[in-house]
Each structure stands twice: as structure tokens, then as C-alpha cells.
Design a protein around this ligand. Sequence first.
Ligand code: FES
Length: 316
Amino acid sequence: MSGPTGDTHGEPTPVTVRLDADQFKVAAANPRQMERTVAATFLLGLAGFVGFGAAYWVNASNAWLGVSLGAGFVGLGFGMVAWGKYLMPRGPFSESRHSMVPTKAEKARIISDFSSRGKVVVERRGFLVKILGAAGAVFGVVAMFPLIRSLGPLPKHFSEATHWHKDSYLVNVNGERVHKDDLEYGGVLTVFPEGDVGGALSQTTLVRQLPPKGEVNIVTAPGRETWSPLGYMAFSRVCTHAGCPVALYQELTHQLLCPCHQSLFDIGPGAAAQPVFGPAPRPLPQLPLYIDAQGYLRAQAPFDQPVGPSFWWRRD
Ligand code: FES
């Protein structure tokens, strides 16, 4: 292997340096002991990242998140610094400056020197390389957790949140079942599923809207042809912006208004309760209704979307 050069008559002369020369020796007095120390710190880092992932997953306190992430980085950082300082060839490596344009032979020699040194270093410390790789890989996986959580709730998570289910009776605040003759066109009523009067997530706005000429139902979206019998329509009363009660109905424009930040939802035919004004980001969930043989209003099924703001339904 070539190393420092001598200078004869102004021309540098390559000097061959053996791999067991002093400059290739490591700084650690006891390399084996130092390897064990570095391995221990890498393992500490790895354990820290695993702990951080677990703490994040179970929503542990910020203290646990901070301690585990700190342990991960401290372990990794300390190990890398110690490896570089004590287990790498200590040098010094120097050579005289000469022509800056290398010949083909010089290029080949440099490449050969570089790869042989790197090979020696990496081969000697294969165990440390593996632990370092494992710690980096674990950190990479753990760093994906926030992304995974941001994908939102599992479907069953929100469908079980309200007490609406197939065949639920609609009842008023006094717990009385709502009959098809109870509301005039243009009327509005707050309703709940029987057995959950006052339920914050189950509260629903029942509106009776005059169907278009020649129709008996109001179709707010394709696939909802049977959801609004005789003009009765039911929408979640929990605003999709920040959860306030969507309490006001404007009959002329077929709109429900949330008084908190003035979000307006269009519940007219074909409008699918989309927000047409204000900060609400998505439509109000609609409850599919039917009228039973005794004339009582009942639910065909629960809401098909989560009620309230989307951030309520992130996994926690
Ligand atoms: S909570 Fe309804 S618009 Fe903000």
C-alpha cells in the first residue's frame, strides 16, 4: 500500500506503507473492550427507538416519548463518535503536493488503496455495522408511525360511536317516538335513537322538506333514493368543523346552519349535505330513514360516515 511520499530532486517518490504500520493502528488501548462499549451504546440506541415506537403507539405521556427518543439518539450518537475516534486508523496520513493531474496508474493505485482501507475497516467491525444498521432501520420504521396514524380511524371505530342502529326508533327530547304526522313541511325537530335521549354523538336533526313535484321522497345523492320518505330527512347535528350543534334550518334555501362559525350545509335534492359556506370540511352524515307499518320513523342503518370533526376519529 502506498502512503506518505518522499521528495527526490523535486519529484515526489511514492513510499510504500504496510497495513500494520502505526498510522493504521486504532487509538483504543483495548480495541475489543471498545468494540463492546460501542456495541452496547448501539443496542441502547436501538432499545430507545423501540421504546419510542411503543410509547407513541400506546399514546404514552410526553415524558416517555422524550426519554425514549433521547436514549435512542444518545446511544446512536455516542457509539458513532466512539467508533470514529477509537476504532478507526489514527493516522496521520499525509503526502507531498505534486502534480494535480494523476496518471492512469496513480488513479488505479488510489482506488485500490481506498477500497482496501475501507474493506479492512468494515470487515473488522462487521458486528458494529449490523447493530448500527438495525438501529437505523428501527428508527426508520418508528418514524412512519405518525404517518400511519394520520390515515385515520378503522371503519368499525366510528360506526359504533353513536347509538343508531338498524330499526332504531326516532324519539324526541322527551323520549316519545316520532310519527309521520308529527311534522309539517318545513318543520324541524331534534331527535335521538330510542334509549339514548340526550346522547352527544347521537343527536340528529330531523327536517321535513317538500319533495320535488311528482316525488314522494327527496334524493340527496345517488344511492339514497329511499332515505327520505315523505320528505323526512335526518342529518347528524354534530358539525363536521369543530363539533358544535348544527341547530338552524333555513327552509327557503334548504340549508342547515352551524352558528359557531357559520358553516352552511345544503340538504336540498342532489346536494348530499355538502358544506357550501364556512370552514366545515365535509358533508353532514345522513341517517337513512323508513316509516314502519304503524307510521313511526325508524333508521334503516347507522350513519355511514363518522359524525363530527375528522380529528375526533384518529386512533388514540
Ligand atoms: S363548529 Fe360548525 S362551523 Fe365551526
